[in-house]
Design a binder for this molecule. Structure first.
Ligand SMILES: Cc1cc2nc3c(=O)[nH]c(=O)nc-3n(C[C@H](O)[C@H](O)[C@H](O)COP(=O)(O)OP(=O)(O)OC[C@H]3O[C@@H](n4cnc5c(N)ncnc54)[C@H](O)[C@@H]3O)c2cc1C
Length: 447
């Protein structure tokens, strides 16, 4: 292969691999450069992948052989106060409808499978190579500088994940602000499949997803998650980096993780399990407000590198955004490469123009296509979410108020009981009858 290719993709995560799959499928010469030992080796997710949003971007039988862990059929949301908790469990036959709604995944396996699909289409994936910088001609990106070599190309897809130093180097986004990021820590705890199914009350091959919020984050924006895999549980926490930096007294995420694991609501679920993996990763949480410039001359950003993540409190999403944005990036590049005007310029200007990168204007369709589909529509709909969640009362006062109401309802003591309605009303006024709570409810109505 010559030292100039059509497209270089930086990062073999879901965004980069989705782009590579579609580019190679269109006959576009594509090289993916990945710094990890293999695709998925460095990647962290909770993780549950919502498949419905991304089905339109892939062939209908594409997911049939994917190495999913379990199809999620049960959702549980648990509010934790200091000494008590309240849970809402939800299951529905709709979650069992085919095609399935969502699956748990383990990235080391899943990303390798996706890389195999992209390779089968003709993409070349080079692992153990880090892209250190972009190559410019004037202000236009014309290639990348990697560990072993320099590669020239018509377009670079920057899909190097949440911290994307390369997007920053390309001045497509400002320096990172701590308030736009969270840190996630995760443990994989092995348990026999049967034990998992018994503990979570699911059938063979079926899975559960559980989110926790409240006392476990010590007043900081964040929460815990638990997903069941075939023969393991993914248990973790996500906490705002800004909140962690300002927390008094100073506290580290491993400490929070130990508190989570020791909770009476969680300890029995992982009892007897074997801890086989510990990982930590950054998550973009700035939402639409923190969206970077998505295209430039010869360059576009996809997935976490473009800040495409959404924490809705009851769901965490990023993988579906990454897959869809990668696919849409490929579509925009394909259209730009095959645009008759570009070919006309190339043939008129001869060999020199063969090195010309795709101008930003020819890639603008990418931004529009993200706006037209769920990716930017969902980010826009939940634009107020980061502000709503960034509120210490959500993790301290309100969980206490909720469990107080329930405790008074369920407790039978020596004294005769009040009417239930009087109990609920009195405790609700105590917990929520103030201006702050009214303001918070108004905020919540925006999402
Ligand atoms: C704890 C946690 C829980 C989460 N839970 C969920 C969930 O349940 N559901 C969900 O949908 N999303 C979840 N997310 C978000 C989701 O994991 C991300 O949105 C998704 O992984 C983004 O994919 P990506 O391809 O953009 O980036 P990544 O998966 O981060 O891939 C980036 C790739 O680029 C490579 N790379 C980086 N720099 C370079 C370089 N300079 N040169 C070469 N290669 C490079 C990396 O090694 C990596 O392979 C979670 C995230 C975390 C951290």
């Amino acid at each position: 292969m010559s030292d100039k290719v059509d497209v270089v993709v930086i990062g073999a995560g879901l965004a980069g691999l989705a782009a590579a799959y579609h580019l190679a499928d269109a006959g576009i010469e594509t090289i993916v450069v990945e710094r990890g030992d293999f695709p998925g080796s460095k990647n962290v997710t909770g993780g549950r992948l919502y498949l419905h949003p991304v089905r339109p971007f892939f062939p209908s039988d594409f997911w049939n052989d994917a190495p999913f862990e379990r199809a999620v059929v049960k959702e549980k949301l648990t509010v934790l106060a200091d000494r008590a908790s309240a849970s809402l469990e939800f299951s529905s036959d709709k979650f069992r409808d085919e095609p399935r709604h969502s699956f748990t995944v383990l990235r080391a396996k899943f990303d390798q499978w996706l890389a195999d699909q992209a390779s089968a289409k003709g993409a070349l994936i080079i692992s153990k190579n880090k892209v250190d910088d972009l190559i410019y001609d004037g202000g236009r990106v014309v290639g990348v500088k990697a560990t072993d070599s320099e590669l020239l190309c018509d377009c670079v897809v920057v899909a190097d994940g949440a911290l994307s130093f390369l997007a920053e180097k390309a001045k497509m986004r400002a320096a990172r602000a701590p308030r736009d990021y969270a840190v996630g820590v995760k443990e994989i705890i092995e348990l026999p499949a049967r034990t998992i199914e018994d503990r979570f009350g699911v059938g063979a091959g079926e899975g559960a997803a559980q989110l926790f919020f409240g006392a476990i984050t010590a007043g900081m924006l964040g929460g815990g998650f638990l997903y069941t895999n075939r023969e393991s549980i993914s248990l973790g926490m996500v906490v705002s980096i800004e909140a962690l930096a300002h927390h008094e007294p100073h506290i580290e995420t491993p400490e929070l993780m130990e508190t989570l694991k020791a909770r009476a609501e969680i300890a029995p679920l992982i009892d007897g399990g074997n801890l086989v993996e510990y990982s930590a990763h950054v998550i973009p949480e700035g939402g639409i407000r923190a969206l970077p410039q998505l295209v430039g001359d010869g360059i576009l950003l996809a997935g976490d590198a473009a800040g495409l993540g959404l924490n809705m409190g009851i769901t965490v999403r990023g993988m579906d955004f990454a897959l869809a944005s990668g696919a849409l990036a490929a579509r925009a590049i394909k259209d730009a490469l095959s645009h008759p005007e570009r070919n006309a310029v190339e043939s008129k200007e001869g060999a020199q123009s063969q090195d010309s990168p795709l101008p930003a204007a020819s890639l603008a369709a990418y931004t529009q296509s993200l706006r037209d589909c769920f990716v930017l529509k969902d980010l826009q709909t939940f634009a107020a979410m980061p502000n709503v969640l960034d509120n210490a009362r959500m993790y301290t006062k309100y969980p206490e108020a909720i469990v107080n109401i329930l405790e008074k309802m369920f407790w039978i003591g020596r004294e005769p009981k009040d009417k239930l309605s009087a109990t609920v009303l009195r405790e609700a006024v105590k917990g929520f009858g103030n201006l702050d709570a009214v303001r918070d409810v108004v905020g919540m109505l925006r999402v």
